[in-house]
Design a protein around this ligand. Structure first.
Ligand code: BG6
Length: 481
């Protein structure tokens, strides 16, 4: 799908030293290193840049070994092969310097050497692709050293595990960095179809007048995944589906669906509107939550034999404001489910009078819906009832579809991570989350975290526990289709 380089009118950052903490970890290998290479191929990395991998002694590599690691990561997970001129200059930009929460001196020396080699004004981007328990120490080390100058810092979720830890993390970040230097990444907000929700709603006149409690019956944000926790047992065991997916990604998507129109797309007004949604989100009632665990989870490496960590969660959330009061927002996600999908459904109210009979066998629950499929490359579907051809006025379910793939001349070729890393280098914070929003989301989650309902078992390859169906009755989940 890619053509390289991409558009010529796109802003390209000025000189950068990119430091990748956790450079030998899974996220770096799967997403960040291939993503940086793709940015280089697309002509979107600065003219002068260096990438320094970093990790504590136990995971450190020589610069040569890091170059091979990067080569193999791109070979396995990248869109295009590591070869040609762009690869030659990309690999030449790579080096490795050890660092830890206690000692950043070798890294500082490496950063300064790289800056001297480039010359002139050079920015620094620190991407902390490290486990949650390593973040506080690294932020403190960076803040206390000369590394912090001219720096932007990308932080990965989860931002804490509850309100108290999120507050502690935010306090440490604020003590060490200006808020304008901090980029809390939620890669769902870098997905093309999620950003398109703003365009769909606010650049067109025909959805927005219906986008409220008078016309919307329910909203569903449904992200089932077929993959299991696959070798991430130790991380997942302390996290679970709610912290891993809902309190971050799904709530952020909810923010975009439910927000009022911002006065502009600048960071402050847009994030203010998202924040207002979070302010009006009612505390999640544990009685409105179903937690599930797939059969066999307790046998995964790194998982306790009596684990009560959920691998599935379904929630009924409510927003207490004029636009949304009374409209349920159903959120569902889980591992080892029947399909991998990322779908938002806006279910509209039935017409006041139903004049037309449905044709025999026509699915009564299939009309009156707008569906945004936000898995890349993404699509939008309007489901409606239409007259079946023939002498009688009988209706059947019909669909109008917009597919991103092939719909525009410009290919959509930045993956969510790539797009957000580019935005961070450009200092654009609109699509990054804010500390007060994150704290609010932990606040509304407090009752659930304190008294979670018991986990219910479900079979791998199913749609989770049956109680998730009861949770939303008389409505029904739109998946499977
Ligand atoms: C990550 C979660 O943040 O998002 C994973 O930790 C999940 O558990 C993933 O599988 C889904 O993201 P994507 O990029 O596949 O849409």
């Amino acid at each position: 799908m890619s053509t390289h380089p991409i558009e010529t009118d796109v802003e390209v950052p000025t000189s950068y030293i990119i430091v990748l903490f956790g450079a030998t970890g899974d996220l770096a290998r799967r997403k960040i290193i291939p993503g940086l290479y793709h940015l280089a191929l697309a002509g979107l990395l600065p003219k002068d840049y260096r990438i320094i991998g970093s990790a504590p002694a136990a995971f450190a590599l020589s610069s040569d070994a890091f170059r091979s690691f990067a080569h193999d990561s791109i070979d396995e997970f990248g869109e295009l092969a590591p070869d040609g001129d762009v690869w030659d200059s990309f690999v030449a930009s790579l080096s490795f310097a050890e660092s830890s929460a206690q000692d950043g001196s070798a890294l500082l020396a490496a950063v300064e050497d790289a800056e001297t080699a480039i010359g002139g004004d050079v920015n620094r981007l620190f991407h902390l692709a490290v486990p949650p328990d390593a973040v506080l120490g690294l932020v403190t080390m960076l803040g206390a050293s000369d590394l912090r100058h001219n720096a932007r810092i990308i932080l990965e979720k989860p931002f804490g595990v509850d309100l108290a830890s999120a507050k502690e993390l935010n306090t440490v970040i604020k003590a060490n960095f200006e808020e304008t230097q901090v980029f809390r990444i939620d890669h769902f907000l870098g997905k093309e179809s999620i950003d398109n929700i703003l365009a769909l709603r606010f650049a067109n006149r025909f959805f927005e007048p219906l986008w409220n409690r008078d016309h919307v019956r329910y909203v569903q944000i449904d992200v089932p995944e077929t993959l299991t926790i696959e070798g991430r047992g130790a991380f997942y065991e302390g996290t679970g589906a709610f912290r891993d997916m809902v309190v971050s990604h799904l709530f952020q998507v909810l923010g975009f669906i439910a927000m009022e129109q911002p006065t502009s797309l600048e960071a402050r007004p847009l994030r203010d509107e998202v924040h207002k949604v979070f302010e009006t989100l009612r505390p999640i009632n544990p009685a409105h939550v179903v937690r599930g665990q797939y059969d066999g989870y307790r046998n995964e490496a790194g998982v306790a034999r009596d684990s009560s960590t959920e691998t599935f969660v379904a929630i009924r959330a409510e927003i207490e404001n004029t636009r949304w009061k009374g409209v349920p927002f159903y959120l569902r996600t889980g591992k080892a489910l029947a399909e991998s999908r990322q779908v938002i459904t806006i279910g509209f109210e039935e017409p006041v009078m139903r004049l037309f009979p449905l044709a025999k066998g026509a699915p009564a629950n299939r009309g009156n819906r707008l569906v945004v499929d936000f898995a890349d490359p993404g699509s939008i579907h309007a489901h409606f009832f239409a007259k079946q051809p023939g002498p009688e006025m009988r209706l059947d379910a019909a669909e109008m579809t917009f597919n991103y793939a092939g719909s525009f001349q410009k290919a959509h070729h930045l993956e969510a991570y790539e797009y957000l890393i580019l935005e961070a280098m450009l200092g654009k914070r609109t699509l990054f989350t804010r500390s007060d929003g994150i704290e609010r989301l932990w606040e509304v989650s407090a009752d659930l975290l304190a008294s979670p309902p018991p986990v219910e078992p479900y079979a791998k390859g199913s749609w989770g526990p049956a109680s998730a169906t009861e949770l939303i009755a008389p409505n029904t989940w739109c998946l499977p289709e």
